[in-house]
Every structure is written in C-alpha cells, then in structure tokens.
Design a protein around this ligand. Sequence first.
Ligand SMILES: Nc1nc2c(c(=O)[nH]1)N[C@H]1C(S)=C(S)[C@@H](COP(=O)(O)OP(=O)(O)OC[C@H]3O[C@@H](n4cnc5c(N)ncnc54)[C@H](O)[C@@H]3O)O[C@H]1N2
Ligand code: MOO
Length: 401
Amino acid sequence: MVGMNLEEAITLLRSASRVHLEVEVLPLNQANGRILARDYKAPISNPPFDRSPLDGYAFKAADSEGASIDTPITLKVVGEVCAGDYFPEEVGDKEAVRIMTGAPIPKGCDCVLRQEDTDEGEKEVKLYKALKPYANYCYQGEDIQAGTTLLQEGEKLSPVTLGILASMGIEQVEVRRKLKMGLLCTGDELTPLGQPLKPGKIYNANEVMLEAKATALGIEVHVFRMSEDTAEQVAHVLEKHWNEVDLMVTTGGVSVGKKDIMHEVIKLLEAKRLFWRIAMQPGTPVLAALYRDKLLVGLSGNPFAALANFELLIRPLLAHLSGDKSIQPLYTEGQMASVFLKHSPKRRFIRASFENGKVTLNHNNHASGSLYTMSLCNALIDIPAGTKGLEVGDKVQVVLI
Ligand SMILES: Nc1nc2c(c(=O)[nH]1)N[C@H]1C(S)=C(S)[C@@H](COP(=O)(O)OP(=O)(O)OC[C@H]3O[C@@H](n4cnc5c(N)ncnc54)[C@H](O)[C@@H]3O)O[C@H]1N2
Ligand code: MOO
C-alpha cells in the first residue's frame, strides 16, 4: 500500500509542531467561540439576593395559616417593591409587601403569594391561600454560589457561557489568540475571480472553499498568492510570510508531474519532509514538512481531494493546535441506503448524505476533480481497503462534515 496510514499521519503532524497561542483580553461580545486561557470563578452569587419569582405579595408564611377562598386572611400592605428596587425596612407580623417578579424579598418575609390568589388590594390584601415557609422563594446563589469554578481553562466560550460570565459582571475574558493558518493555492492554471478564462485555465475553487472551511472552524486564515507557479516563487512567498502564521497549507503540485513543484519547494526551504502520500483516496499525494518548527502541509489540487484532505487530516490538526476539541471530525456509524459497486483496493472516502443513520449516495460522480456533486452531501463514507462494494443495509463508518 502506497502511503502512510491516515491516523498515523495525524499523530505525526500533531507531535511534530507546537504552537504558542498568546493570551488576549477581549470584551465578551467579541469572545464567542474562543478558548479560555484561565479558569473563571464566580465573583458574586447569582441571584445576588433572595428574590421573588412572581408578581404578588411577600409576607410571613405563618400569617397565612388557614387562608382559603372561603376563609381569607387580611394583611396590611406596608409598601411595594419592584425589580431593581429594594424594601428598606423589616416587615412585621400581619404585614405584607406588594412585590414584583425579580424584586428582592424584604426582610421579615419568607414567602410570596401570586396576586391571582389574592384580592390584589392596595392598602390591605386578602389572601385566599395558605403558604408554607419559603414557598415561591428564590434563594440568593441558587443558580451560582460565589467562589464556584464556573469555567475552566481550555473551554470554548459559547453564547451560554458568555451569558453566565455577564451575569457575574465580568466584562472581559482572557482567551487564546486564534490559530493562524496560511493558505496558498499553487498552479499556473488558476485564474483569479473576476478575470476572463484563457485557454487551459480554470478558476481557483480551493482557495475560497478552504478559507471558508477554516474560518468557520474559528481559524484566522491568511491567504497568500504567488505571481508565477515556480518552486522558487512559492518558496519565496512562503518564506516571506512564514512568521505571520502558525502553519501553512498549500494545494496542488504534490503529485509526480513536471509542475508538481512542492517537492522542490521543500528542498529550497531546506524543510524536513515528514511524509509524502497517505493511504487514502482521494487525496493520496499529501506532502508534509516541518520548517522552522512549523508545519507545511501540501494538499492535493483536485478540489474534492483537497476538501477530503482538509476534513480528515487538517481538521484534526487544527483541533489540536488551536486547543478546540469541538472542531474534531465527527465519526459515526451509518447504514447504507444505496449501493456502491466499485471495488476499493485503497481506503476510500466517498461523498454521501447522512440522515437518521441512513447513508445515501446522491449520484455516481465521485471523481476527485468534481466538487459539484459534493454540494448535496454532508458526510464522507470511510470504506476500508479491500472492500468489494457496498450493499443496501451494510454498516459503514461515516465522517460528518
Ligand atoms: N502519473 C500520475 N499522475 C497523477 C497521480 C499519480 O499517482 N501518478 N496522482 C493523481 C492524483 S490521485 C491526484 S489527487 C492528483 C494530485 O495532483 P496535485 O495535488 O499535484 O494537484 P495538481 O496537479 O496541481 O492539480 C490536480 C487537479 O486539480 C486542479 N486544481 C488545482 N488547484 C486547483 C484549485 N485551486 N482550484 C480548482 N482546481 C484546482 C488542477 O487544475 C488539476 O486538474 O494528481 C494525479 N496525477
Ligand atoms: O488522490 Mo487523488 O485525490 O485520487 O485524485
């Protein structure tokens, strides 16, 4: 079998390079999706005070004993408290305070009766229901106790965790800076968007696709271009921008043809080649090297192969380097709802749709140069080497993408 096992390649890349993501301090509204650089403890309790969960009346539960529709109990209303206010005095026996949802429960009260169970009186209130102590009573700190470890270093911030930090009055967070990935698409045939196609030329599909893919994973993508497709020019561009990124990904020029210049680029840079070729199809001819402690990974130029290389090899690497485990590829099991007749002498990944455990092939075009048929797909089927074909009902491993 030509090439390294995919999992071994991932392990090798992960262990070959180390990046240091410095700490940044960001306001909460810019920190969604970032990785925390330290633990966060609760500086205050939440709620910060005992509060009412209802609009009604607060009083001592003992004063409502025996109250019912037929035998109401009357209490004197000594004041009113809305959310945002507080009632400054202690409430005495046989007294009640008109209280709104979210308002602090005044001293001397141990329950809240909803206004629907009263006559909603202003000066006096008739209670139609007896309450037990601490009925309808939200305790200080029942959500979060001051001092609790809320979030831990390495956690990824989400809208919910940002909301929790905000509820604690925390304005800014210490997070790791984003991982920076350089992206350079090689190939003389590539025509920038907006320019007419000359004979033999094509538009650059990989650049925008991989930039969008990596950006969606929370990576800061730096796109580089070269003026001519020569090993010298590519080596020059990579060298020039090497310090701006944490790893560099290229596409094209990794196979065996005359213009497969990435092999020469590695030599010119005097980078250490880690491997060439992975035992997978598409995307076999991946080339990886280490240069000044950073990785250079050259993906196949064929757009579907570049996508498969990105999802299966680059994505686990980005998860490792960025510290964001949530961007790991998601493997699951599915059952074939279509047939795939081809023999797979190599480990093969084919595009498919995965829904409710069923794996469907939408078409027969699996060519690594065809991207269009990928547009309806959300998964890759991982077909082990030596598989004769897939029948309806066969169990398969799928990678969700
Ligand atoms: N004699 C052999 N020829 C090939 C072999 C082999 O083993 N022996 N391997 C084939 C396989 S498999 C693949 S995959 C390709 C990989 O080639 P490269 O990674 O070197 O890529 P290129 O040759 O530069 O391009 C391949 C294909 O993709 C198009 N392309 C390139 N870049 C882009 C882009 N940014 N956007 C859209 N399309 C792109 C390019 O025009 C070519 O058609 O090699 C096989 N050959
Ligand atoms: O490895 Mo290539 O991507 O099969 O076409």
